[in-house]
Ligand binder design. Structure first.
Ligand code: SF4
Length: 379
């Protein structure tokens, strides 16, 4: 089974923390939608006949796309990749939600919403330069539910520096009160090419201390656990059977086709990406050519990617499967690091599967790099 990702590169305004690819110039909307349809046609063989069972509209802001374009794209997908879809997700911002839009999305077969709430506190939403306020955030969930969306996710951000733990606790309480089936929570990361990044460079913004962010993450883990949510990936929590199928398949390394500027694809053995430029993307497609760039991965890069993503998940890193596919006994090769990390209470090994403990999740990236392999390990 494979996934299909459509990147919608438009937003109303730039959030101060965001380094995803988007433009606030919506004039290219119509041309962009035609280009996306063109790319779908040109790349229909990428998945080598694998059935597509999840579709994910991400961005950018997919909820900005007029319904007639969404319909055209979905019709094209049905023609190229027929068959029932298990999950069709649309990322939506609260300020774009109204009863009519929701009814239309539902009629088009969209059955899951990923709602970019980020915070329920007006002062934080303002600091992030979000286009919605806290009232619209709450209303969005009520509207989605009233429109019959049984599957939706609330996205939150923690670790805003000029605040205290109380505001994060309030955010989490408000989210949990709304009883979503799914919750994603990411720490605020300061990326260089963002407003916050620029302010940090100029000394006008001071990112939060690691300890402050770690305390909020620990609170998240404990509170979601108490509320009955399963942490199936470091940043993702769900009610039983409400985990995002599309995203879970990424982490299980199923193939996916990414369409639109900046979208990445993976065919099971190699990956690649489109340019992060709306103009270059649409120009190439108008001329009938594909702007897709293939990224060649060495076997050790593939294995290290599996280590990184596997460790982030609840199901963990299956070293038995690595041994079968790559003739690599990771438990033996990295015995020293794994023993040390186990003694430190960072990882847990059961039936050849490595998982991070709660404590280990705080240091996921550095733990993964401790057990990364290099080419000598494969010879
Ligand atoms: S966070 Fe979302 S809405 Fe804000 S700029 Fe980034 S993609 Fe657009």
């Amino acid at each position: 089974m494979a996934g299909l990702y459509i990147h919608i590169p438009f937003c109303k305004q730039a959030c101060h923390y965001c380094d995803f690819h988007f433009s606030t110039n919506l004039q290219l909307m119509a041309v962009m939608m035609d280009s996306i349809i063109e790319e779908l046609k040109l790349r229909k063989e990428y998945l080598k006949g694998e059935a597509v069972d999840t579709i994910y509209f991400g961005g950018g802001t997919p909820s900005l796309v007029p319904a007639e374009y969404l319909e055209k794209i979905l019709d094209q997908i049905s023609a190229l990749f027929p068959g029932r879809k298990q999950e069709v997700t649309l990322e939506a911002n609260p300020d774009d939600l109204n009863s009519q839009a929701l009814a239309t999305w539902k009629s088009l077969g969209i059955d899951r919403l990923s709602l970019g709430i980020q915070s329920f506190q007006d002062q934080i939403l303002k600091a992030y330069n979000r286009a919605h306020n806290s009232k619209e955030a709450t209303q969005a969930i009520q509207l989605a539910r009233a429109a019959g969306f049984e599957k939706f996710s609330i996205d939150l951000i923690y670790g805003y520096p000029h605040s205290d733990h109380r505001l994060w606790q309030l955010d989490l309480e408000e989210a949990l009160c709304l009883d979503p089936g799914h919750l994603s929570a990411y720490s605020l990361t300061i990326e260089p090419k963002t407003t916050f990044g620029n302010w940090t460079k100029k000394g006008k913004f001071c990112p939060a201390e690691d300890e402050f962010v770690a305390q909020q993450f620990e609170y998240l883990q404990e509170r979601c656990d108490k509320a009955g949510y399963i942490q199936y990936e470091i940043s993702n929590f769900s009610r039983p059977n409400q985990a995002a199928v599309h995203n879970s398949n990424y982490w299980k390394r199923s193939p996916y086709l990414g369409i639109g500027p900046s979208a990445h694809s993976f065919d099971g053995s190699s990956r690649g990406f489109n340019p992060s430029s709306n103009t270059s993307y649409t120009k190439a497609l108008s001329a009938g050519s594909l702007p897709f760039v293939v990224e060649k991965l060495t076997p050790e890069e593939c294995i290290n990617e599996e280590i990184l993503t596997g460790l982030r998940t609840r199901w963990g890193l299956d070293t038995g499967s690595l041994a079968e596919r790559y003739h690599l006994d990771l438990l033996e090769i990295k015995k020293g690091s794994i023993t040390k990390l186990t003694e430190l209470g960072m990882i847990h090994t059961e039936a050849k599967t490595l998982t991070l403990t709660r404590k280990g999740q705080l240091l996921a990236d550095s733990i993964a790099s401790d057990i990364f392999i290099d080419s000598d390990d494969l010879s």
